[in-house]
Design a protein. Sequence first.
Length: 95
Amino acid sequence: MSGDPQVFDKIQSFFNRKFKGHMPVCPACHYTHWEFAGLIAELGYQSDGSAQGAVTTPMAALVCKRCFFVMHFAWRPIELGLDTLDPQSPPPHGG
């Protein structure tokens, strides 16, 4: 179970920038080794329950190698190289 290695490279680059090279700790078992399971998309339905005009939110799925907990991260900001969506945060890389 693995996704596109180029996508995982972007995810690892994000963690290197954001968390000083450390992968996140699994909230279930506290392990720090993850398998990249690929990109998934959650379908957002309209308020009336229809799928017409629905929007998808791509997410990178990581699976804990010890307990199989699944963690999702919004893919678009990572793909774009963003460190935050907060407009009050300083620009990335001190620039």
